[in-house]
Design a protein around this ligand. Structure first.
Ligand SMILES: *Cc1c(COP(=O)(O)O)cnc(C)c1O
Length: 416
């Protein structure tokens, strides 16, 4: 059971929302720091431990910088994400570049930053070398276990997944990379997404530790770091199980002691588990409509949070000041896009809503604002950070119509 609380009093959030306008995302700095510290402590038994924060989860330089100052690295998969890491002061091997279908300029930028380049395919050994004009000293491969693992609903079955090199290719990948001049080797995988069963993640560690041994036996190559990827889930529903970092750390430690006999660094690329529960989308009820069903139309849309529309994902909703009223009204909570799946919740039991009520949509700190888009001319809204001292700072302004129109040319431009 997780309790869905909000870190700001009803009065204060009402006053703040009145001042800056809704909707917006707000992130709780104390809670992000506390989570990062818990993750570090749970794996402090491992000398080289780090979490490369998956920048795509919350690509705001202020957040990435804060996590960098706590010792986290950055997991990037595109040029703009590499630039965010660089701006946040995270460079060199504190960047894991886990891309796929990678353009040449991204290989070059990652190399220029000294990032660990995580290759997604055996053909990318040549592709990266060609793009860079050299071969990196440190190289990583993303492993796809195929039928060996079952995957889960969001990421899908590994056999169907586009990512990673197969079991029959993996030893050859390291051999080929060594022939090209690589001297240091990392092994990566990512087989789950939003996984709430900690034992699945422990099994991923077992799989990688055993593969480390197999690669050493087949090639003589000693992997120096394993990266278990992201995918640690969070309890979006109040009744969901919460993955215990402490238990995860202890169980992986035990396996490590059983299976590994040299200093092998362990890392993750958790995004969701680091910032997800620390983010909230604050929105206002614009209209309450009674049709064949009852609808609460918000001033936010799926451009602010598309997980419910995209995956049917559950996000908890609370109404400040009405938490203790009976939840005896059923609503579809919608946005204003001309798409019928623009809904934050379907058939949700809530207290009776009135136009102008504030609503808090929980757990939007990862894959929330970052998945936004501009379909229907919807603009993306601002991001704020609730500081440890209780002050609130803006860390991204809202988009304006000018931003939206910036790439359009008033007059067609001759090209050929
Ligand atoms: C998305 C992704 C992550 C982060 O996943 P979370 O579910 O946010 O922990 C990490 N690594 C890679 C390669 C990813 O694609």
């Amino acid at each position: 059971m997780s309790v869905k609380s909000f870190p700001i009093s009803d009065e204060a959030i009402n006053a703040f929302a009145e001042k800056v306008g809704t909707p917006f995302h707000i992130y709780d700095e104390s809670r992000i720091i506390e989570t990062a510290e818990r993750i570090k402590k749970a794996f402090s038994w491992n000398d080289g431990f780090t979490n490369y924060f998956a920048v795509k989860a919350l690509p705001n330089v202020n957040i990435v910088r804060m996590l960098g100052s706590l010792g986290f690295g950055a997991d990037c998969s595109s040029l703009p994400e590499l630039i965010i890491a660089e701006k946040a002061g995270i460079t060199g091997e504190r960047i894991m570049f886990s891309s796929n279908d990678t353009p040449d300029e991204e290989f070059r930028k990652a190399y220029e930053l000294g990032a660990i380049i995580n290759l997604d395919d055996i053909t990318h050994i040549d592709a990266a070398e060609r793009a860079i004009g050299a071969f990196p000293e440190i190289i990583s491969f993303r492993y796809n276990p195929g039928p060996e693992r079952t995957g889960n609903a969001i990421i899908g079955n590994p056999v169907e997944a586009k990512y990673g090199v197969t079991h029959s290719q993996i030893a050859d990948c390291y051999r080929l990379a060594a022939e090209k001049g690589a001297r240091r080797f990392v092994l990566h995988t990512m087989v789950a997404s939003n996984e709430l069963d900690g034992s699945y993640i422990v099994e991923t560690a077992r799989m990688l530790f055993s593969l480390v041994r197999e690669i050493r036996e087949k090639t003589g190559i000693m992997i120096e770091r394993v990266d278990l990827g992201g995918g640690v889930g969070i309890p979006y529903r109040p009744e969901d199980n919460e993955v215990s970092f402490e238990q995860l750390g202890a169980e992986i430690h035990k396996l490590y002691d059983e299976m590994i006999d040299y200093p092998l660094a362990v890392s993750f690329e958790m995004g969701r588990a680091v910032t997800g529960p620390s983010g909230y989308l604050v929105s206002r009820v614009r209209h309450v409509c009674h049709k064949y069903k009852d609808y609460a139309g918000l001033d936010a849309t799926m451009a602010d949070l598309m997980r419910p529309a995209m995956y049917g994902a559950y996000h908890h909703i609370t109404v400040p000041g009405k938490e203790d009223l009976p939840h005896d009204h059923m609503y579809d909570v919608t946005g204003s896009l001309c798409e019928n799946n623009d809904k934050f919740a379907i058939d949700r039991m809530l207290p009776e809503l009135r136009c102008g009520d504030l609503v808090i949509i929980h757990d939007t700190g990862a894959h929330g604002h970052s998945m936004g888009f501009n379909y229907n001319g919807k603009l993306r809204h601002a991001e704020y950070l609730l500081r440890k001292d209780g002050s609130i700072v803006r860390i991204r302004r809202a988009e304006t119509v000018d931003d939206y129109l910036r790439t359009q040319l008033d007059e067609p431009e001759a090209v050929i």
